[in-house]
Design a protein around this ligand. Structure first.
Ligand SMILES: *Cc1c(COP(=O)(O)O)cnc(C)c1O
Length: 213
C-alpha cells in the first residue's frame, strides 16, 4: 500500500499513524519522511540508537517493542512515546531516569489481550499493582494503552481482543485517569489488522511491512 493512501485513511478516521521502521534502512525511512511522515516506531533500542542520529531531528520516535529496564537510560531523552510499559519495575525505572534527566516522559501501558503465551503485557485481571504505581509517578505521563492482537486470519479473535482493550481503557478512563486529558491513546492495529482495529476503537496504529514493502 502506498504511504499516501494509508495516511489519508488514518486522517479520515482521526487516527495517528506510527510508521514502524524497525529493520529498515535510513534511505527507506527518508522515503516515507519525505512524503510527510514524522512519527516512526522502533522496537530495538540498539538499532534505533544507531539510526536516529543520521536522520532528521524533527522525527518523533516511539519505542513500541519490549523494553528492558537496563536500556531505559539510553532512550531518555530522545523518545517521544514508549508504548510498551508492562511492569511496575519498568514504569518506575522510566520515572527515575526521566527525573534525573529533568523531563516528563509519555508512556502507554501495554496490556495482554491475546491468548498467545509469549506475548508481553499486563494481565487485565491483575493490574492493580501497576495502576497503583501510576499514582506515584512524578516524571511520567500515562497517555493510554497499547495491545497486540493474536497473529491470525480469524478476524473474530482480533475483534474480541480489540474490544477487550477498549473496555479496559474505558474502565480506567472513568476511574483512575478521569482527571487526565492526556489519557486518550488506544494503540492497536498493525499491517494485517489496522482497519479492523480502527473499526473497533483504535486511534493509533503501528504499521510496518505494509508501508515499506
Ligand atoms: C513490528 C511491529 C509492528 C508492525 O508490524 P507490521 O506487521 O510490520 O505492520 C507493530 N507493533 C509492534 C509492537 C511491532 O513490533
Amino acid at each position: 500500500m502506498n504511504y499516501k493512501s494509508l495516511k489519508d485513511f488514518c486522517i479520515d478516521n482521526g487516527v495517528e499513524l506510527v510508521a514502524v521502521s524497525k529493520t529498515r534502512s535510513n534511505d527507506e525511512i527518508l522515503e516515507i519522511y519525505n512524503q510527510g511522515q514524522r512519527v516512526f516506531g522502533e522496537n530495538r533500542v540498539q538499532e534505533w540508537l544507531e539510526k536516529k542520529d543520521q536522520l532528521p531531528n524533527d522525527i518523533e520516535w516511539h519505542i513500541i517493542g519490549h523494553l528492558q529496564t537496563n536500556k531505559v537510560k539510553f532512550i531518555i531523552p530522545g523518545v517521544t512515546l514508549i508504548h510498551s510499559i508492562d511492569s511496575v519495575k519498568l514504569l518506575n525505572k522510566v520515572n527515575q531516569v526521566s527525573k534525573e534527566a529533568n523531563q516528563i516522559t509519555k508512556v502507554l501501558l501495554q496490556y495482554k489481550v491475546a491468548q498467545e503465551v509469549t506475548k508481553f503485557g499486563i494481565d487485565p485481571d491483575n493490574d492493580l499493582g501497576i495502576i497503583e504505581a501510576c499514582r506515584e509517578l512524578t516524571n511520567v505521563e500515562v497517555c493510554g494503552l497499547m495491545a497486540m492482537g493474536t497473529f491470525t486470519n480469524d478476524k473474530n479473535i482480533n475483534k474480541r481482543e480489540f474490544e477487550k482493550l477498549v473496555s479496559i481503557f474505558n474502565r480506567l478512563k472513568e476511574t483512575e485517569f478521569k482527571n487526565s486529558d492526556l489519557f486518550k491513546i488506544k494503540s492497536m492495529g498493525m499491517s494485517g489488522d489496522y482497519d479492523l482495529a480502527i473499526e473497533h476503537g483504535s486511534n493509533m496504529v503501528r504499521v510496518g511491512s505494509l508501508l515499506f514493502n
